[in-house]
Design a protein around this ligand. Structure first.
Ligand SMILES: [Zn+2]
Length: 405
């Protein structure tokens, strides 16, 4: 198996030998590159060696994984693959490792903060493979619990110097430690402990991941949102460390620009947006009323044509072209007895309103839509549809009225 160097020291440079090579992957006898595990993403980095020609060679490590059966840690490489047996110098991408350590430490600390708010808030699953990390919790935490846990952790990180210890203890010694959750492994178990200056542990977890040496180095830990996922589990999405700081700073800059546009301080943005939303709703209602009034004005101003007799009574027809489909319904309703209105828009929305006892709006509409290639339907007093050819539709309506006679 591969000797793991990522637990012992924080040295990100190492020397090793290639034990196996397969395709674009090599397994080393030792590595400081953390393989993806326990919700923590894999390290990336560089391998360097001297070629047979004496020239320096290098390959980029894009992924690292541990093979369960053999314990070998395989590194996926781009570029040259190093020959088996030769020594190689490795280097871990330090910035990426640091971000992963901040995320992972924050995950332990935040989980502990939730347990301190309520012991029922236990961890179901975690993921720290992206800047937005997740903690799936049982126990149904409400918003006030979420805020309490975030505040508890902020105050702890700001006021207490918690330092990291990672002892490896035999499992029969585990009862001596206040573990937050039962370990998934047996035998010798690696513990991750954040302890204060008085020796009091804040959090004790069995964990094989990488962590920052002082808990305050994972700050700030910020909860972005929570959501209910599968049965009884709440997903808490959080950010930690530099990623959280950069994210919040960006969000604040955006909020400040928005607030400047409204000429209010950032703190008053919510009330400004609420006021604008209410104003928008009132304006939308006004626009609807104006569309209706305008449509009826246009209808009443349209010249009347007398057709018929449909049966015994002539039809008074008004044909109106509306600027907006919102005016259709107002233009086609509240008609005086004997009146028939045909309303169209340039975009092809059409309708017929009938207050004539012998004229079936749906029948005339269907006939005219069949003739003009559109579709629609309705009742004897009101029918609507759409057509690709408005001129053909109005011609067909007139034709229908004449032939009905
Ligand atoms: Zn862990």
């Amino acid at each position: 198996m591969t000797r793991a160097l990522y637990h012992g020291s924080h040295d990100l440079l190492f020397t090793a030998h290639v034990m196996h090579a397969a395709g674009q992957e090599v397994a080393l006898d030792a590595t400081a590159l953390y393989p993806e595990a326990g919700g923590q993403a894999a390290d990336t980095g560089t391998l360097r060696w001297t070629g047979a020609d004496g020239e320096p060679r290098a390959a980029t490590v894009t992924h690292s994984r541990q093979e369960k059966a053999t314990g070998l840690i395989w590194h996926a490489l781009t570029g040259d693959v190093h020959p088996v047996g030769m020594p190689v110098k490795g280097e871990v991408d330090a910035a990426r490792r640091w971000r992963h350590s901040q995320r992972h430490s924050a995950e332990h600390l935040l989980a502990q903060a939730f347990v301190r708010v309520n012991p029922a808030f236990t961890v179901d699953a975690v993921n720290m493979t992206g800047p937005e990390c997740t903690l799936d919790l049982r126990g149904d935490p409400a918003e006030l619990h979420v805020r309490a846990a975030e505040t508890l952790l902020r105050e702890t990180l700001g006021r207490t110097d918690l330092t990291l210890e990672t002892p490896v203890v035999p499992d029969h010694d585990l009862p001596r430690y206040p573990l937050r959750r039962a370990p998934k492994v047996s035998g010798n178990v690696r513990l991750v402990i954040f302890r204060d200056g008085q020796g009091e542990p804040f959090d004790v977890s069995a964990c094989g991941g990488t962590h920052v040496p002082r808990a305050s180095m994972a700050a700030p830990v910020v909860i972005l949102r929570t959501e209910r996922v599968r049965g009884g589990v709440t997903r808490v999405t959080f950010m930690a460390g530099e990623e959280a700081g950069a994210h919040l700073s960006g969000v604040y800059a955006g909020a400040r620009r928005l607030a400047a546009g409204f000429s209010v301080p950032v703190e008053r943005l919510p009330e400004r947006v609420e006021a604008l939303t209410a104003e928008r709703a009132a304006l939308a209602a006004q626009v609807d009323a104006l569309h209706a009034a305008h449509a009826r004005t246009l209808r009443d101003a349209a010249p009347t044509e007398v057709h018929g007799p449909v049966t015994l009574r002539p039809v008074t027809l008004r044909l109106v072209t509306l600027p907006d489909p919102a005016g259709l319904l107002p233009a086609l309703t509240d008609l005086t007895t004997g009146e028939v209105v045909v309303a169209v828009t340039d975009a092809g929305r059409v309708g017929i309103g009938s207050a004539h006892p012998d004229l079936n709006a749906a029948g005339v509409l269907r006939a005219a839509l069949t003739a003009s290639g559109g579709k629609g339907g309705g009742r004897p007093d009101l029918a609507q549809g759409s057509t690709p050819d408005v001129a053909a539709f109005t011609r067909a309506v007139r034709g229908a009225l004449l032939t009905t006679a």
